[in-house]
Structures are given as structure tokens and as C-alpha cells.
Design a protein around this ligand. Structure first.
Ligand SMILES: [Zn+2]
Length: 322
């Protein structure tokens, strides 16, 4: 859990056709490896570009690499796997673990994005989209901050593990909050009920993560308080950043569509209250590949949409049932 961090990639991502490792990457990864094995984490920090330095200040960079070193030791070998969008992906073998590391270099050969995740076996089940019919997980009309199938509409698209995910909040008069921006209670979506979108079984629950002060992040507990549901079709739905002490379900529970499971919060790697919602092929977020989550019948900007993927800036609510 604590070895995964997402540095948001905010670039125009275009697909590289070449599957070859580029020279500049070869050099950078060797440099990274020798700095890491020498525990010279401040030297790794000097390889970052301005945005990375901002996202992961020196103390956090050191803490991040120290936590990896403490749990899985030194780097033994590295192997180039493939290019994905603008990044190179490596399989890195440590003393006691294997990780996939995705790295992006800018034109000055500075590290502009890096993502470390548990190495994923290639034989996991494939899931493109849901066939189970889903309702929207909020009772109130809510706002899609990130959603859709392009990086411009949905920054989650930059990473397979969370591709097609939604970040959902609530907006009034163009703002997600009213009053003190440093208080979670000021955010319209904070504390709102989160419902099961379909009948399903609860397969994972993470509890006890505190809600962040808005603006602060908790990259060590990425998804914060979390619920994962399994449908009868082996589709897995993950609800992240839930409010501390709000989870009403436990592993093994069978939930019904529309059943309240928890409240929206601001726990984990979240800067303000929102629901991160995603469909995935396996229960474990760190092994998962994101899939397209369609909603059966929902009101989108006042119009009925069927079998629809809400996109950035859509206002969404369930249809009224009479
Ligand atoms: Zn998200």
C-alpha cells in the first residue's frame, strides 16, 4: 500500500509507436538505480522536474524511497517492458519483491512523472466494461470532475490501474465548497451517502484512515477508507476516499442496489472531499486494470441517458422512481 504513489501526469499524452527503450531512459534508469542503491535519495530528487519537486518535496521523496528500501531492499535487476503513452515501463526486481515502475522524462531528460506499483501478472482476468446494470451512487445530483475516456477529460486515463475511473463531487455556483476551504464540512459532497450501484458482495473494506485537511495528501494510504464490491459477473467496483468511521458494511455482506454503504469523505490521496469510483478486473486495486463503468439509466444535465459513461463536467443524478 505505502509503496504506491501517483504523480499526476498532466500532459498531452500521445501514443508512441516504438516499443524500444530510448537511450535517455536507459541512462536515467541506471542513474536512478545507482542513487537508490546508494540510498542517495536527495540525488534522485535532483532528477525531478519542477512539477515533480512540487508534488513530492525532498522530505517526502526521501520518505518514499526509504519506505521502499525498508520493505523490499535494494534493486537487483531491471528490465524494460514497454512504452505506454509517453512513459517507459520497467520491471524492477528488488531483494524481496518485484515492482513495475513507470517513468516519464521531459525534453530536458528530467523525471516528470513516476509511478511505482506491484508487478502485475499478465494472466489476470480481462474486463472491458460492466454488464451488470448500475445506478448512480449518490442520491443528490452530483458533478463529474474527472470522467470519460480521454486524458483531457479524465486524468485517470494516464494509469491502467485507474483508467476510466470517476472523481465525483458536488458543485453549487461553480464551487465545490462554501465557507472555510480548510474544513471538510465546507465541501458539499462531504458526508453525503454513498450507495451500492447494484446488488453485490462486499469483498474488501479498509477503515480507520483519517480525513485529510483539505489541500493535504496522504500518499501512504492511497485510496483511504475503501470498499470493494464484487458483482455476480465478477466485476469489481472500488469506492475510495470514504469518510472516516462512516463505513456500514463488512467483508462478506451482500448489499442491495441503492443500499447506503458509507459516506463520502476526504481520506487517502485526496486533496478535497470526493468519491473516486472505478470498475476493475480484480478485487485488489494494486493488481487491477481499470474498466469502463457504464450507468444504465441516469439523468445527465437534465436529459435521460441510457448505458452511458458520464464525462467531465456532467451533472448526474438517478431517475426518479415513481
Ligand atoms: Zn480519482
Amino acid at each position: 500500500m505505502k509503496q504506491l504513489i501517483i504523480i499526476i501526469l498532466l500532459f498531452n499524452i500521445s501514443v508512441l509507436s516504438a516499443q524500444d527503450e530510448k537511450e535517455n531512459y536507459k541512462k536515467a534508469v541506471l542513474k536512478l538505480k545507482s542513487f537508490y542503491n546508494a540510498k542517495s535519495y536527495d540525488s534522485i530528487f535532483t532528477m525531478f522536474n519542477v512539477d515533480m519537486k512540487k508534488a513530492l518535496p525532498l522530505d517526502k521523496t526521501e520518505a518514499f524511497f526509504e519506505s521502499i528500501e525498508t520493505s523490499i531492499g535494494a534493486i537487483k535487476t531491471h528490465e524494460f517492458l514497454k512504452t505506454k503513452n509517453l512513459s517507459h515501463i520497467y520491471k524492477i526486481t528488488f531483494d524481496s519483491g518485484i515492482r513495475d515502475v513507470s517513468m516519464y522524462l521531459n525534453q530536458n531528460n528530467e523525471i516528470g512523472g513516476m509511478y511505482v506499483s506491484v508487478h502485475r501478472p499478465t494472466d489476470l482476468p480481462k474486463l472491458a466494461r460492466n454488464t451488470t446494470k448500475m445506478i448512480w451512487p449518490f442520491k443528490e445530483e452530483s458533478f463529474v470532475f474527472w470522467g470519460g475516456e480521454t486524458v483531457a477529460q479524465n486524468y485517470h486515463m494516464a494509469q491502467e490501474v485507474q483508467q476510466y475511473a470517476y472523481d465525483i463531487l458536488m458543485v453549487a455556483n461553480g464551487s465545490s465548497h462554501k465557507g472555510d476551504a480548510k474544513k471538510n464540512e465546507s465541501y458539499f459532497v462531504f458526508g453525503k451517502d454513498v450507495m451500492a450501484p447494484c446488488d453485490a458482495k462486499v469483498v474488501k473494506v479498509t477503515k480507520g484512515v483519517i480525513d485529510n485537511i483539505p489541500g493535504e495528501l496522504n500518499p501512504k494510504q492511497l485510496t483511504g477508507n475503501t470498499i470493494v464490491l464484487e458483482t455476480s459477473q465478477q466485476e469489481y467496483i472500488l469506492f475510495a476516499h470514504l469518510k472516516q468511521n462512516s463505513i456500514l458494511v463488512k467483508v462478506g455482506d451482500e448489499v442491495k442496489q441503492g443500499q447506503v454503504m458509507a459516506q463520502c469523505g476526504n481520506s487517502g490521496n485526496s486533496t478535497e472531499a470526493h468519491l473516486h469510483l472505478q470498475l476493475q478486473n480484480v478485487a485488489d486495486f494494486f493488481q487491477a486494470t481499470g474498466a469502463k463503468l457504464y450507468f444504465d439509466k441516469i439523468m445527465v444535465n437534465g436529459k435521460l441517458k441510457e448505458d452511458y459513461i458520464p464525462v467531465k463536467e456532467d451533472f448526474v443524478k438517478n431517475i426518479d422512481k415513481n
